[in-house]
Design a protein around this ligand. Structure first.
Ligand code: G3P
Ligand code: MG
Length: 360
């Protein structure tokens, strides 16, 4: 079916809609496109290559700046994705910039967590790799880690390397950000316990120090990667850290998790989708007296994880409509019992087909 959402003259006001795509288990498995995702996305563009339907990626993954993820996705999927169409688990960390702009913060996870935070504007961010290197013997198992590489230790060539390479071991860490899935769980649990139970100064146990704030980019227990069965995600790491911390410290671990299903993330996605609406929506569909961009009648969340994607869309309420695919975490024949989606369908391509059929 050919699709055009260009309004015709005399046509009634058409409901506006947008789409948020989960990535892992819906669009990609590892680096491979799945479920007809390139074809599905192509249908959202007009013949001239302009975006006909506002859409973005709403993923709990991350570890590289949104601009770089947009280029990677464009390459893998064969359509031009803008940085403003990529919302990652750590994207809400931007909102903490004013609070911690010039304060020492630690960032951990796969990829380049400190570069991600530097791009958001944080001036004094160190990766846990760099931070660990300032403390002799902080990881007693380091000598056995034959796989340890220099990767992530040297940001000196990055234009946003604003952190002076000086010893931060005597400076209080003001907050910890788990930006992406931690690579070395053992070391990270050890050092985060040190930082968090010593008021931000490892090795200095002097009385009761308040725990520095701890922020996770997501809380997925499991997710679908390239391996056939589900993999442990950031939520599994959080449970491991919390279990150990609560056994060795008098106060339970305090933390905040972003990513789906946090309603903040869906509000943010809605605001971003409004910015992506083709201009004729705002010019033609605006009611007399309307200021700003028109609201959506329906926003579709296409995900593979009932307790993350579907639960998030349900909690966010109107105008969200959840679609669950069978290409990732969820493989059930019928709907999920605890978090039933508005629609269960095999693939993302079928989901887009359904949406366009319903809307146009
Ligand atoms: O690490 C990524 C994983 O937590 C989920 O990604 O795209 O399924 O939200 P996504
Ligand atoms: Mg997913």
């Amino acid at each position: 079916r050919s699709f055009s959402s260009q309004p015709q003259s005399g046509q009634k006001r058409r409901s506006s809609f947008g789409i948020a795509f989960d990535i892992d288990g819906v669009i990609l498995r590892g680096k491979d496109p799945i479920g007809g995702s390139p074809q599905a996305l192509r249908r959202l563009y007009g013949d001239s290559g302009n975006l006909n339907v506002p859409f973005l990626f709403l993923t709990n993954g991350g570890g590289i700046p949104e601009s770089r993820r947009a280029s990677e996705l464009s390459e893998l999927l064969g359509v031009k994705i803008l940085p403003s169409q990529v919302l990652q688990g750590h994207s809400p960390f931007k909102s903490f910039m004013e609070r911690y702009e010039n304060q020492l913060i630690v960032a951990t996870g796969k990829g380049e967590p400190a570069v991600v935070m530097s791009e958001y504007g944080f001036k004094k961010v160190v990766s846990l790799d760099e931070y660990a290197s300032c403390f002799e013997n902080i990881d007693p198992l380091a000598q056995y880690k034959k796989w340890t590489t220099k990767q992530g230790l040297d940001r000196s060539s990055h234009p946003l390397n604003t952190v002076p390479r000086y010893d931060v071991s005597s400076e209080t860490v003001k907050a910890v950000f788990v930006v992406s899935d931690p690579v070395d769980w053992g070391r990270d649990i050890q050092i985060l316990c040190d930082v968090l139970r010593c008021g931000g100064l490892p090795g200095q146990e002097n009385g009761h120090q308040p725990q520095p704030p701890l922020y996770f980019a997501a809380d997925d227990l499991e997710y679908q990667a390239a391996f056939p069965s589900k993999r442990l995600g950031m939520g599994a790491f959080r449970i491991a850290l919390e279990s150990v911390f609560n056994r060795i410290h008098y106060n339970p671990l305090e933390y905040v998790c972003f990513g789906k299903p946090n309603p903040f993330v869906f509000k943010n996605a809605e605001a971003m989708l409004k910015q992506l609406q083709p201009s004729y929506y705002s010019d033609i569909f605006k009611e007399p007296g309307d200021s700003g961009l028109p609201s959506f009648k329906t926003l579709y969340m296409i995900g593979d994880n009932p307790s993350v994607d579907v639960k998030g869309a349900q909690q966010a309420g109107h105008p969200w409509f959840s679609i669950l695919t069978r290409t990732g975490v969820f493989r059930g024949k019928h709907n999920h019992a605890e978090f039933p989606a508005d629609l269960v369908i095999d693939t993302v391509e079928e989901a887009v087909d359904y949406i366009l059929g319903r809307e146009c």
